[in-house]
Design a protein around this ligand. Structure first.
Ligand SMILES: Nc1ncnc2c1ncn2[C@@H]1O[C@H](COP(=O)(O)OP(=O)(O)O)[C@@H](O)[C@H]1O
Ligand SMILES: NC(=O)OP(=O)(O)O
Length: 310
């Protein structure tokens, strides 16, 4: 048995509300398998497509109707946490009930402190929302939005993504975990906030959920940081004829591969960097990157990519 933070990627959630509810049923089964095996699970999740959808809906509505207020970005992030947490906690609770397991499942709307002087505010890198064609992206750039090409999958809007410094609700999160609640926290990387004159102020950004989950994993002193995404393993020379899928990387090798540019920024690079950060935070800590569907085999050491301190 181990305590683990599980970071869920986009493919564990889906894009539309209907799709998300259906996909989450499948995700919940895998998560409850971990719980049934005796693991203590704390879930974090992404929100790129969802926060983009919420923000765009409010912008379109404000333009067309003139009745809906413009929704600030931190509020959009908080809405995405509530919306995804609602589906996840119900999906997991239902699966627990089906298996006769009596455990409480709770989502905590989490705020994550960032540094107001983080360079990320000058250089937007975090893809949000859906994919656009090059022509659509170029048109929207003229309206003031920033776009990047995302891992060969099309163009996506990007927003600043500062690094997490601390988690505001860390004490309540720890208490709930100690009391054996199944917890969903730091959804979408947490609502980014800065401290200003003794209060918290939301800022327009999306924190990378891999880095926020890593912070959560350190605070909760978990044994394993499990990053679940669309691929079973991490590759070097990804998408080329020399592609090589990796079963393990020690920290030094992983850092070298990062420098050599093997991992795409905004997708695999933050996962590998977060995994390195966790593995080097304390002796014997390791991170595992794999897909949701292969996670059981990966926990048995049969697949996935382990990042460890040798
Ligand atoms: N070196 C690499 N090895 C494996 N996958 C990579 C690599 N570089 C980029 N990727 C892409 O990164 C994707 C995972 O990132 P992303 O979809 O942004 O994550 P998330 O699961 O958090 O939503 C993979 O599905 C793959 O297409
Ligand atoms: N906040 C965040 O990292 O979301 P995605 O994982 O969906 O990009």
């Amino acid at each position: 048995m181990s305590r683990m933070v599980v970071a869920l990627g986009g493919n564990a959630l889906g894009e539309t509300p209907l799709e998300q509810r259906e996909i989450v049923q499948h995700t919940a089964k895998q998560i409850v398998d971990f719980i049934e095996e005796g693991h203590e699970v704390i879930l974090a999740h992404g929100n790129g497509p969802q926060v983009g959808m919420i923000n765009l809906a409010f912008e379109n509505s404000a333009q067309c109707q003139g009745q809906t207020p413009k929704m600030p970005f931190p509020e959009c992030g908080a809405m995405s946490q509530g919306y995804i947490g609602y589906h996840l906690q119900n999906g997991i609770k239902e699966e627990l009930n089906n298996r006769g397991i009596d455990k409480a499942v709770t989502s905590v709307v989490s705020q994550v402190i960032v540094d107001k002087d983080d360079n990320a505010f000058k250089n937007p890198t975090k893809p949000i929302g859906s994919f656009y064609s090059k022509t659509e992206a170029k048109k929207l750039e003229k309206e003031g939005y920033d776009f990047i090409e995302d891992s060969g999958r099309g163009y996506r809007r990007v927003v600043p993504s500062p690094m997490p410094v601390d988690i505001v609700e860390k004490d309540v999160i720890s208490t709930l975990v100690e009391n054996e609640h199944i917890l969903i926290a730091c959804g979408g990387g947490g609502v980014p906030v800065v401290r200003e004159n003794g209060s918290l102020k939301g800022v327009s950004a999306v924190i990378d959920k891999d880095f926020a989950s890593e912070k959560l994993a350190e605070i909760l002193e978990v044994d394993l940081f499990l990053i679940l995404t669309a691929v079973e393993k991490v590759a070097i020379n990804f998408g080329t004829t020399n592609e090589e899928w990796l079963s393990k990387m020690d920290i030094k090798t992983a850092k070298r591969y990062c420098q050599e540019g093997h991992f795409a920024p905004g997708s695999m690079l933050p996962k590998v960097k977060a995994a390195i950060k966790f593995a080097e935070s304390k002796k014997d800590r390791k991170a595992l990157i794999t897909s949701l569907d292969k996670s059981k085999e990966a926990l048995l050491g049969q697949t996935g990519t382990i990042i460890y301190d040798d």
